[in-house]
Design a protein around this ligand. Structure first.
Ligand code: AMP
Length: 560
């Protein structure tokens, strides 16, 4: 079984194909399919994930972390109450939660997953996502770009053949755009792009600042940031349906009546709205298409519900966007479809679906200015952006100096001529024989796999020696220890309310069955007592054992 996961900035969810051409998103015991991507610490020092974490953060934002997906692949630390986590660890906790949700539906272990990532995620962010999955005990067999997943969900089901579809995906923290073509049964991504630092949260912050300055709440906002944020978030949603909103903000004993109009919000958000247009135009250019060539506009992500986003999409393309698949679920849907296709017929899906490299990838070289002068740090692209992946390209380089003993191959991602402006992905040090520079060559091969992860291979011409590096900042040998350490750290965390909530739900279910089935009352009393005794020990293994006995017993009774 392979599950599809949408690991979102704001919410995450897990789904599976049910075999009848339908994706089932799995809900937790409270029937919630969207699990907030939030982690918090309770007063008792226990780690909680999801809605419970949001509830804690709303009261005291120092007790938890959200929006950490934006920092995945960086060294940033997030304080969560008395503890500190990085974004990989926090993402791993969310993934663990999703794994638990899925595990409650099936009797087999949840292991293989397809995870969606923003198309604009760079190599480091992608490998960090894979590391988070590993830390959660999951095997990410494939990453799929979020807009690609959305397009997959739409195009296989919804559109006729020969369509040019643009997918605009604006979630909590990122904005992605993909342009694809569907012809016969083939779907080809022509180009993708986006802005990694632009999402619904930025709009909430704009509204928050508007409220704070309009109603002079500067003093109040320092202490009550979480509350005002939540208020702004609610207002942002409600403004989709009303021209002006009046609402009461209650902070302790203080009450403030707040009125904000759509126009005020739209004006304040103008710089953000303008920023959305730049990557759209760039991606159209990369795809060699004009606005008029687009036949379908698909909106994805919670923030695409904002009225001015729809207005912008309509005015750019002169088309009303298709919105009939819930933008919250479409990515999970696509990831689960991809999961079934990868699992059952890899060659089929690779033919049906092509994706592109979102960035240019290359190495740092020196350019000779005159006999003795070199300009260093020049970017030499090997794979240009928006090439169909998987793909492999080779370029050949020579040492600068005679009798050089080493060549430092520095690998970069980005679009600037100067490497200083691009993102460094890694470095390989290649020993070479001392020779005249003109007699040595290094062939550098870049291979970009279907998940958008890069492998670099350098072959020394004179010796035939090969140096290979998977540019997994988080997955190379030294950092594998990190993953194991992370895995241990997460396994040893004191986790609880998931269990408590889940356990409570299980007890409630058992009590309901007790009311319904007179014949099984004795058995039920026994297993419920057994379960409560196990809970009292607070020993995870004992709880787990008792939980599975009770679950199995309830299943048997339900089947009678
Ligand atoms: P996602 O990561 O796709 O779940 O998107 C989450 C973002 O969508 C958050 O910034 C939400 O505030 C925003 N969002 C969700 N629903 C709405 C809505 N009805 N109106 C405006 N923004 C929304």
């Amino acid at each position: 079984m392979i599950f599809g996961i949408d690991l979102g900035t704001t919410n995450s969810s897990i789904g599976i194909f049910d075999g009848q051409n339908r994706t089932v998103r799995l809900a937790d015991h409270l029937d919630r399919v969207l699990i907030p991507s939030a982690v918090a610490e309770t007063k008792q020092g226990e780690i909680v994930v999801g809605q419970t974490a949001i509830d804690i953060i709303t009261v005291d934002h120092k007790m938890g972390a959200r929006f950490f997906k934006r920092s995945i692949g960086t060294d940033s630390k997030f304080p969560v109450g008395s503890q500190n986590f990085d974004a990989v660890e926090l993402s791993a906790l969310v993934l663990q939660k999703l794994k638990d949700v899925a595990a409650s539906f099936f009797n087999e272990a949840v292991k293989d997953v397809v995870i969606s990532v923003p198309a604009y995620f760079n190599n480091i962010q992608r490998t960090a996502t894979i590391a988070a999955a590993k830390s959660a005990g999951l095997n990410a067999i494939r990453l799929i770009n979020e807009p690609t997943a959305a397009a997959l969900a739409y195009s296989l089901q919804e559109t006729e053949s020969d369509a040019h579809i643009v997918v605009l995906d604006i979630g909590g923290g990122t904005f992605d755009i993909s342009i694809l073509e569907k012809f016969d049964d083939v779907m080809e991504i022509h180009a993708s792009g986006g802005d990694n630092f632009l999402g619904g949260e930025d709009f909430t912050l704009v509204l928050l600042e508007l409220i704070v300055s309009k109603f002079q709440l500067q003093k109040l906002s320092q202490e009550n940031y979480g509350l005002i944020y939540k208020f702004a978030e609610k207002l942002k949603h409600n403004l989709n349906a009303q021209d002006e909103i009046e609402d009461v903000l209650t902070i302790g004993s203080e009450q403030k009546t707040i009125t904000v109009s759509r126009q005020e919000f739209e004006n304040a958000a103008k710089p953000l709205i303008e920023r959305i247009q730049t990557p759209i135009m760039r991606t159209l250019r990369d795809a060699n298409l004009k606005k008029g060539d687009i036949t379908h506009v698909v909106l994805v992500g919670g923030a695409s519900r904002m009225w001015f986003f729809k207005k912008l999409a309509t005015s750019i393309f002169g088309l009303l966007p298709s919105t009939h698949i819930d933008p919250d679920i479409v990515v999970t849907h696509g990831a689960a479809m991809q999961a079934i296709l990868v699992g059952e017929n890899r060659s089929l899906i690779d033919k049906v679906m092509t994706d592109v490299s979102p960035f240019t990838l290359g190495v740092s070289v020196a350019r000779q200015i005159n006999d003795s002068h070199y300009e260093e740090g020049i970017f030499s692209p090997i794979i240009q952006r928006n090439q169909t992946i998987p793909l492999s390209r080779v370029e050949t380089y020579s040492p600068i100096h005679d009798r050089q003993e080493n060549m430092e191959l520095e690998i970069y991602q980005g679009e600037s001529m100067k490497v200083a402006n691009n993102l460094k992905l890694g470095k390989i040090s290649i020993p070479i024989e001392k020779k005249p520079a003109t007699e040595e060559q290094i062939h550098v091969r870049f291979t970009y796999d279907i998940s958008g992860v890069l492998e670099v291979e350098a072959t020394v011409e004179s010796t035939g020696q090969i140096f290979r590096e998977l540019l997994n900042k988080n997955l190379d040998t030294t950092e594998l220890d990190d993953i194991n350490a992370r895995f241990e750290k997460l396994a040893n965390l004191k986790r609880h309310p998931k269990d408590q909530e889940e356990n409570l739900a299980l007890i409630l279910k058992a009590e309901r069955l007790y009311e319904e089935h007179i014949d099984y009352r004795d058995i039920l009393v026994n297993v419920i007592d057994e379960f409560k005794r196990a809970l009292a020990t607070q020993e995870p293994e004992a709880v787990e054992r008792a939980r599975s006995i009770l679950t199995e017993q309830l299943r048997l009774i339900e089947e009678t």
